[in-house]
Design a protein around this ligand. Structure first.
Ligand SMILES: Nc1ncnc2c1ncn2[C@@H]1O[C@H](COP(=O)(O)OP(=O)(O)O)[C@@H](O)[C@H]1O
Ligand SMILES: O=C(O)[C@H](O)[C@@H](O)[C@H](O)[C@H](O)COP(=O)(O)O
Length: 163
């Protein structure tokens, strides 16, 4: 088993990845990587224009995020990354040196719409359905109720990770 741990907070747009990853990294006092920061300009433009990414668009994004994860030596890191497809999940899981745990935030569609409508972000609400259609939750993922408040979600993740 690898000696470094990557905790990947996954799920569709608006499920709370960035918010929960930040809270978890604060609670654990470990670094956080924001997946959105690693998209090449062409991915951002594609999503902003209402066209979903495919796995060929995701390769460079994931590689660049993993490069950043590799750069530091933190034993534990939290990553906010949609990780919708088996391709992305496998790439993350196969990252040398890392033991990867997927945490899936489960939030109903109506709430996702509300959250997306109430934030400033490059991801248009029109792409939500494609996100939901594309999402494949790995069997190994820990699914938590993303409707709970952030502190409750964070506590639930920490207690499950300890098992
Ligand atoms: N547990 C929660 N309860 C209520 N609102 C939340 C919760 N988590 C996130 N939000 C809000 O929902 C919106 C989307 O959250 P965000 O973290 O950006 O999601 P994602 O990174 O998955 O797209 C933000 O406005 C955020 O403040
Ligand atoms: O929180 C979000 O709105 C999304 O997670 C977004 O920030 C993410 O970068 C894209 O979802 C990546 O594209 P895919 O999810 O299609 O891989």
């Amino acid at each position: 088993m690898a000696d470094r741990r990557l905790i990947v907070i996954m799920g569709p747009s608006g499920c709370g990845k960035s918010t929960v990853a930040r809270a978890l990294s604060d609670a654990l006092d470990v670094p956080m990587l924001e997946g959105d920061d690693y998209h090449p300009e062409k991915n951002l433009a594609k999503m902003a224009s209402g066209v979903p990414l495919d796995d060929s668009d995701r390769i460079g994004w994931i590689e660049s995020m993993l490069k950043s994860a590799n750069y530091g030596n933190a034993p534990v890191m939290v990553v906010a990354c949609s990780a919708l497809t088996p391709f992305v999940q496998e790439r993350l899981s196969n990252a040398p040196d890392f033991d990867v745990r997927f945490i899936h935030l489960n939030v109903p569609r109506e709430e996702l719409v509300k959250r997306m409508e109430n934030r400033e972000h490059f991801m248009p609400v029109s792409l939500l359905q494609s996100q939901l259609d594309t999402l494949s939750v790995p069997d190994s993922a820990l699914t938590v109720d993303g409707l709970a408040d952030v502190e409750t979600i964070t506590d639930a993740i920490i207690s499950q990770l300890e098992h």
